[in-house]
Ligand binder design. Structure first.
Ligand code: SIN
Ligand code: FE2
Length: 201
């Protein structure tokens, strides 16, 4: 495993081996069966290209009413618990005692992307964000706390984990594109990103 530091983003390349990735994928499939993936809509009414659901005490949602954390999936079911294997990654890399309240699950199909943004709907920015990549490779763009400043990009592969802590906690980031079909993990292609956060609100 190699650890890169790009603009304060710590990137643990190949943190998860093939077997761990497969086991994690099965856990995520279980979550998605209980809390189906949804089409997120921005407050301005635009459909996002990723499909989303969550595990944990609260889940991040967006629709016409805004970005927020909710206690339940829109269908009314409780969010499933965060799988133990996911918590193990947090314990290994977060550097904090507290456990995350939320695990956002983003699915990127062919052509999906994520615009540059900050993760700032949480109450305590001293808590890091831990982000796990599974499946197809993604071009991850990293900036600073300023909008529209200089950025650097790097390909994230299946099994890579990014930790956004310290100054990087509020740095802008996004996914420009994925290399659809580049990983054998998901038989029909695509990418899954897990974003672990302490929400505290
Ligand atoms: C995000 O920050 O919202 C997603 C990052 C990723 O998909 O790697
Ligand atoms: Fe993010």
């Amino acid at each position: 495993m190699q650890v890169l530091n790009t603009r304060g983003f710590l990137i643990y390349k190949e943190f998860l081996g093939a077997e761990a990735q497969g086991a994690l994928l099965e856990d995520i499939r279980g979550v998605v069966r209980a809390a189906p993936l949804m089409v997120p809509v921005t407050p301005r009414g635009r459909e996002m290209s990723v499909r989303m659901t969550s595990a944990g005490r609260v889940g991040w949602v967006t629709d016409r009413r805004g970005y927020r954390y909710e206690d339940r999936h829109p269908t009314g079911v409780d969010w499933p618990a965060i799988p133990e294997r996911v918590l193990e990654i947090w314990r290994a890399l977060s550097g904090v005692e507290r456990l995350p309240d939320s695990c956002l699950i983003n699915f990127y199909g062919d052509g999906a992307r994520m615009g540059m943004h900050q993760d700032k709907d949480e109450g305590d920015f001293s808590m890091p964000v831990v982000s796990v990549s599974l499946g197809d490779a993604a071009l991850f763009r990293m900036g600073s706390d300023a909008r529209g400043g200089k950025t650097e990009s790097l390909w994230l592969s299946s099994g890579d984990v990014v930790v956004m802590g310290g100054a990087a906690r509020l740095h802008h980031h996004g996914v420009d594109r994925i290399r659809f079909g580049s990983s054998p993990l998901l038989p029909k292609g695509g990418r899954i990103n897990l974003t672990l956060r302490v929400v505290d609100c």
